[in-house]
Write a protein that binds this ligand. Structure first.
Ligand SMILES: Cc1cc2nc3c(=O)[nH]c(=O)nc-3n(C[C@H](O)[C@H](O)[C@H](O)COP(=O)(O)O)c2cc1C
Length: 320
């Protein structure tokens, strides 16, 4: 039975999960033997993510982190996705029962070391054994994972990323939303910038379509990435998104253990008309959810901020 200190440690680690625009769109509720994960839709991104798909994937990442952190505290978890049919915000209930999953406990040290690396990686390719480990991590959580290996597929994906960038940047409401989530570090969320640069950067993003420059840079990153891979699901419902989020975080944490970091190039998924083209490149029947670039990196970046865990906790009514 976890004590309060253990629960606090588990929740603090879950808060380190990645989320789109670092919105941290989750809430936790807990009792002595359980934790519930809820969607915080006040932190949604209506322009970037109109169906809360990425919001739910982000919560899936937090769910995987809860499972890993619980295993590291020697707690087994029984997880029920969306346990109450009439409450679509209640995304998962974890009951502490049974044996801890040793494989998950091993991933715990990676929670704090995982970071989104938007910069170039070391040039060397990702070894086949490491790709197989990432594949195993993703598929064990009910997602599919397809590395884009053929040069023509990588170039086509890079082209879709550039086209996605151009489309998104043309949309003033998408730019306004991005600018709204550019925050000084002290706010504990959002995409952080030094406070001196912040007002000018926000103004530029809000006012100007910089799609051309961003597209060229992202396409270059995509083409040059040691591993370019698509994570997808076997359907496109909130349950599938939760599974995809858990698969994503599991593969990211596994990657860190191998010296790998990742960043996201999701534009061809965010722009609905490009999504089928990306799917065709993967040869999969289910929809793509995340486009990742991965590679080896020894750089430890300044960690992105998180809100205090107390702001993510609601209470006290529990299961049943
Ligand atoms: C579902 C999802 C979508 C994301 N999409 C993007 C993206 O399109 N571009 C990007 O640069 N980062 C993306 N990110 C990364 C987040 O911006 C990042 O997780 C957040 O800023 C926190 O930083 P950290 O991952 O270093 O902890 C995404 C993350 C998640 C979970």
């Amino acid at each position: 039975m976890p004590d309060l200190a253990k629960t606090e440690r588990i929740l603090s680690r879950a808060a380190r999960a990645p989320s789109s625009h670092n919105t941290q769109p989750w809430l936790f509720r807990f009792g002595e033997t359980w934790i519930e994960l809820l969607a915080d839709r006040t932190r949604a991104l209506p322009s970037n993510d109109p169906d809360d798909r990425e919001l739910t994937i982000s919560c899936g990442c937090a769910l995987m982190t809860l499972r890993v952190a619980a295993a590291a505290e020697h707690l087994g978890c029984d997880v029920t996705l969306m346990p109450e049919a009439e409450d679509e915000d209640l995304l998962a209930r974890l009951s502490f029962t049974g044996e801890p999953e040793a494989e998950l406990a091993q991933l715990a040290p990676a929670i704090e070391r995982r970071q989104t690396h938007r910069v170039a990686f070391e040039k060397r390719p990702v070894g086949e054994e490491h790709v197989a480990t990432l594949f195993e991590a993703a598929t064990s959580e009910g997602a599919w994972f397809v590395p884009l290996v053929r040069e023509e597929d990588r170039q086509a994906a890079a082209g879709l990323v550039a086209e996605g960038d151009a489309t998104l940047w043309q949309d003033p409401s998408w730019r306004r939303e991005l600018a709204q989530w550019m925050h000084p570090r002290r706010t504990g969320d959002g995409l952080t910038l030094p406070w001196l640069a912040l007002p000018a950067a926000r103004l530029v993003v809000r006012r100007f379509d910089m799609g051309g420059g961003v597209a060229a840079n992202d396409a270059h990153l995509a083409e040059g990435s040691p591993l370019l891979a698509v994570l997808g699901s076997f359907g496109d419902t909130p349950r599938h998104w939760l599974r995809a989020g858990q698969a994503l975080q599991r593969l990211l944490l596994c990657g860190v253990g191998l010296g790998l970091q990742a960043s996201f190039l999701n534009q061809p998924i965010q722009v609905a008309r490009l999504r089928p083209d990306l799917q065709t490149l993967t040869g999969q029947e289910g929809p793509p959810q995340i486009l990742l670039r991965m590679g080896y990196s020894k750089d430890q970046l300044v960690p992105t901020p998180r809100r205090p865990v107390a702001d993510m906790v609601i209470g006290p009514e529990g299961p049943g």
